[in-house]
Write a protein that binds this ligand. Structure first.
Ligand code: FAD
Length: 424
């Protein structure tokens, strides 16, 4: 009888895991992939919506086009998880898993910052990005405050990218001199895990006349006085407040007992939880360093390897390393730059890291995202693995937003039918 693997969440991590297991063990495994939504979208596509480059419907990749051996997608909301019995209930059914993988991502806690739900704007959801896009058209002058409201949060560069892109937009509209932009956050530096990347951000912020205020925790928005209240007693005025909301595990995970300390504790080598045959990966997991799609995907690869090794009575070759490459959009006039972001103080994986790298199916190239997706659809994958680990600028003519998950996302398109034109 085949092993029933139930994957909760069809985001970066869940999709990557389903793809890997389908490719490597579809004869031995029955896969159920559950998500409350009917489509996937990339995190960075929220910036596309914010800037009016794309509409929401243009950035959605429908799950009903998933075609992968052994994968059954169920569009259902998970309402309970029992990690002891590996039983999962949704609004419509219940599932008993031999192996359970929790990849439900991070939710936002808007209420954690009083005033934010009433007056704050954001681009961390598609709906929020669309709303902010519309509000910006009527904004002509004043103080824009970009506030990072908690830590950890998804995609450490995203608040700064947002500030750079807003700067560009105001320049284009000829109102930059009438607008002050300030970024406030609780971290000591823009991307504390790497000094080099932080230095890049600080330089880019300074070049654009954007003020950065580190080590400040916004506790509340005073919507009458139009100021953000800081933990230390100070205030920061704004006309437009754009926040990165406080993040937390989804409610169903909090109720499951999997995350008594806030995030799901896992073995950092293989993403196993303390419950037998229950794994957690991606944003939901308590791991050091950034929450980002590229890390969720890397983690999914390790979980896939562990599950297949368990089935075959062998040992996994690799252990998880929390590092990856991110592409950062600095805005008009400058190319996205790749930067390797690593919080792994650990040295070597078990076995050969070359194998891990060369096994990344689509790897990296300076193609535009839509071209790369097209080539995957045609089964002609570009392979230039060394780029995955290099710190280099991508080609200057490529001024599109093009970052690591973009490329990894082309893998994901292999879940979709060959004639899918749903997006990049
Ligand atoms: C503006 C922005 C820009 C970003 N840019 C980048 C970038 O350039 N590079 C990068 O690597 N990362 C980026 N990210 C971060 C990236 O999107 C996340 O880190 C990534 O999505 C995490 O993957 P995951 O699989 O853990 O969770 P997710 O991708 O969030 O997937 C979780 C899934 O679980 C589902 N779910 C949740 N609760 C339930 C429930 N109760 N029942 C059923 N389904 C449920 C959700 O619908 C979702 O599909 C960005 C994020 C934002 C907001």
């Amino acid at each position: 009888m085949s092993t029933h693997v139930v994957i909760l969440g069809a985001g970066f991590g869940g999709l990557e895991l389903a793809t890997r297991l389908s490719d490597s063990a579809s004869d031995e495994i029955r896969l159920t992939l559950i998500d409350r939504n009917d489509s996937f979208s990339f995190g960075f596509s929220k910036l596309d919506v914010l800037l009016g480059r794309k509409t929401i419907s243009e950035v959605l990749l429908p799950y009903d086009e998933i075609e992968k051996d052994g994968v059954e997608f169920r569009r259902e909301r998970v309402i309970s998880i029992d990690p002891d019995t590996r039983r999962v209930a949704t609004e419509r059914a219940s599932y008993d898993a031999d192996v359970l993988v929790v990849a439900l991502g991070a939710d936002y806690d808007f209420a954690a910052t009083p005033g934010f739900a009433e007056e704050g704007l954001e681009y961390y959801t598609l709906a929020g990005a669309e709303r902010l896009r519309d509000v910006l058209t009527d904004f002509h002058s004043g103080k824009v405050l970009v506030g990072i409201l908690g830590h950890p949060f998804k995609c450490p560069p995203a608040p700064f990218e947002g500030a750079f892109l807003l700067h560009d937009r105001f320049v284009e509209r000829g109102i930059r001199d009438a607008v002050e932009i300030r970024v406030i956050g609780p971290q000591s530096a823009p991307v504390p895990v790497t000094k080099e990347v932080s230095r890049n951000f600080l330089d880019a912020l300074a070049e654009r006349g954007i003020e950065y205020v580190p080590n400040q925790h916004i506790v509340e928005l005073d919507t009458n006085g139009k100021e953000a209240r800081l933990e230390g007693g100070g205030t920061a005025p704004y006309d437009l407040f754009i926040g990165v909301p406080v993040h937390r595990v989804p409610e169903v995970v909090a109720r499951s007992g999997l995350a008594p300390d806030g995030w799901v504790q896992v073995n950092p080598d293989n993403l196993a939880t303390q419950f037998p045959d229950v794994y957690a990966l991606g944003d939901v997991a308590a791991l050091p360093g950034a929450k980002a799609g590229v890390f969720a995907e890397n983690a999914a690869r390790i979980v896939a390897e562990n599950i297949t090794a368990r089935l075959r009575g062998s040992e996994p070759e690799h252990r998880y390393e929390h590092d990856g490459t991110c592409y950062i959009e600095f805005g008009a006039g400058r190319s996205p730059r790749s930067r390797r972001i690593s919080s792994a103080a650990r040295s070597r994986p078990r076995g050969s890291s070359d194998h891990l790298r060369s096994s990344q199916p689509t790897s990296w190239s300076s193609q535009r995202p839509d071209e790369s997706a097209g080539s995957v659809r045609r089964g002609q994958r570009e392979t230039a693995p060394e780029r995955a680990v290099s710190l280099r600028e991508v080609s200057p003519e490529n001024d599109l937003l093009w970052r690591a998950p973009d490329r990894a996302a082309s893998d994901r398109l292999s879940l979709l039918p060959s004639d899918c034109d749903a997006g990049r």
